[in-house]
Design a protein around this ligand. Sequence first.
Ligand code: FES
Length: 204
Amino acid sequence: MLEPHMDRHDATPDNSNGGITPFTFSGPALAECRELMTHYPGEFSKSALIPILHIAQADNDGWLSVPAMDAVANLLGIQYIEVYEVATFYSMFHLEPVGKHVLDVCETAPCMLRGSDDLIEHIEKRLGIKAGQTTPDGMFTLRAVQCLGSCGGAPMLQCGAKYHEHLTIEKVDQLIEQLRGKETRTNYTDHIDTPAENGTTASA
Ligand code: FES
């Protein structure tokens, strides 16, 4: 059995904010984490792992560096490897820097049959990048992903907490323009207070 806090991943310049800046939670983020942890006291603290990883990611410019993941492990009092296992499993956690707005376009069969290939090709041309890349200005990352559980809204994409469904080329163009004018990063922790327009819903 592993000792607590053993099996730690080595921080390198590529995975740790240039290898210079250790991650520490901002005051508001730490307060939010601590409030969340009150719902999972004692031996149940690990149940807060996923929402706290989202908070850490939003607090670390949109990605999880090794120091950020280690800070989550220290906060929850769990092994580092337990955090790495979860962070590397879910595609919503980014292990390297990403653009301010990550566009996850579903390319699984129902969305593909409704035109997701054309949408991806259009976005690639419009942004001048390929799926899996980030624009040079750091504004957008485009990814082709597997089913996001909203097949009835096909074709669709996820950006932060929002699902954009029943997409057309025109709706995608509108979305890109809206995001270009947005000053803040789009995070999975964003709160969505009202049903959005154009078939947009909050993700699960
Ligand atoms: S196939 Fe695209 S959301 Fe399910």
